[in-house]
Design a protein around this ligand. Structure first.
Ligand SMILES: Cc1cc2nc3c(=O)[nH]c(=O)nc-3n(C[C@H](O)[C@H](O)[C@H](O)COP(=O)(O)O)c2cc1C
Length: 164
């Protein structure tokens, strides 16, 4: 595939509007987290979701190592966190976890305070596909806040909800 074809396909994929999450996991004493929108509910009973994570990311290593991950759904107020967690991994990012305040539920994976919703997952299955791994998580704890609007991603830009 040429660079031009790659760019065109990325733009086409970008016309699918999504919410924005941070997928995070423990890596020993450190915390790894990444902005992610390739997230989908799989089923309610059993409670399963999937996240597609680049194998080169630090978060991938942390999920494999800890056998768990947490998905925090970002509110419109959390765009700065989305920007930080989308930065390429550095030792500083791992040390500081974007200076985010967080808590844990069942698995010990970090959940961002102020998230619209969270899903704390135990790893159920991993499917390597191309450059990514599709992680299937069994949701062992979850919660949500109804007061805030979500942060959205469309055509390579963060967006906010507008009334239809
Ligand atoms: C809106 C948005 C959505 C993203 N979604 C994903 C995703 O679903 N999977 C993925 O592997 N990378 C995704 N990325 C890229 C990662 O956030 C980025 O590669 C990050 O640097 C990985 O961090 P890490 O290496 O510290 O884990 C997304 C980036 C943005 C801005």
């Amino acid at each position: 595939m040429t660079e031009e074809e790659r760019r065109a396909l990325r733009a086409m994929m970008g016309s699918f509007a999504t919410g924005v999450t941070v997928v995070a996991a423990r890596q020993g004493p450190l915390l790894a987290g990444m902005t992610a929108n390739a997230i989908s509910s799989i089923s309610i009973d059993p409670p399963l979701l999937m996240a597609s994570v680049n194998r080169s990311s630090e978060t991938h290593a942390a999920i494999v190592g800890s056998h768990s991950f947490a998905v925090s759904v970002l509110s419109a107020e959390q765009q700065q966190l989305a920007e930080c967690f989308a930065l390429p991994n550095t030792a500083d990012k791992l040390q500081r976890f974007c200076d985010a305040s967080w808590h844990e539920a069942e698995t010990g994976s970090p959940i961002l305070d102020g998230a619209l919703a969270y899903f704390d997952c135990r790893l159920n299955a991993s499917h390597p596909v191309g450059t990514h791994t599709i992680f299937i998580g069994e949701i062992v704890a979850s919660g949500h806040e109804e007061r805030d609007d979500p942060l959205l991603w469309f055509a390579s830009r963060y967006r906010r909800l507008a009334p239809a």
